[in-house]
Design a protein around this ligand. Structure first.
Ligand SMILES: [Mg+2]
Length: 94
């Protein structure tokens, strides 16, 4: 996961977006917008209809959500794999 986080950071550097968009609060807000865009893909459709009509768009929105999530993790100096494993352990113990 850290390799993927580094790829995202490299992309942000290429675009000169690294400093201006690396604040956790702004990243969380952007993630929420992307989650809403994902939900919009399903609006007024069954899951089956949405997947048939918008499969690629759904996957792109999922990727947007994941990219912002990984940017938050990276900005906090963490590895996404470890963060997910820690949370899975918490969920498993419930
Ligand atoms: Mg999007």
């Amino acid at each position: 996961m850290k390799k993927l986080q580094n790829e995202i950071t490299d992309f942000l550097k290429e675009k000169d977006w690294l400093d201006q968009y690396q604040h956790q609060k702004e990243l969380a807000a952007a993630l929420s917008v992307e989650a809403a865009e994902l939900l919009e893909c399903f609006q007024w459709k069954s899951s089956a209809e949405a997947l048939a009509e918008n499969r690629e768009e759904i996957l792109e929105e999922v990727a947007d959500v994941m990219i912002y999530a990984l940017q938050i993790v990276e900005s906090m100096g963490e590895d996404g794999t470890e963060v997910i494993r820690r949370k899975l352990a918490i969920n498993r113990a419930r």
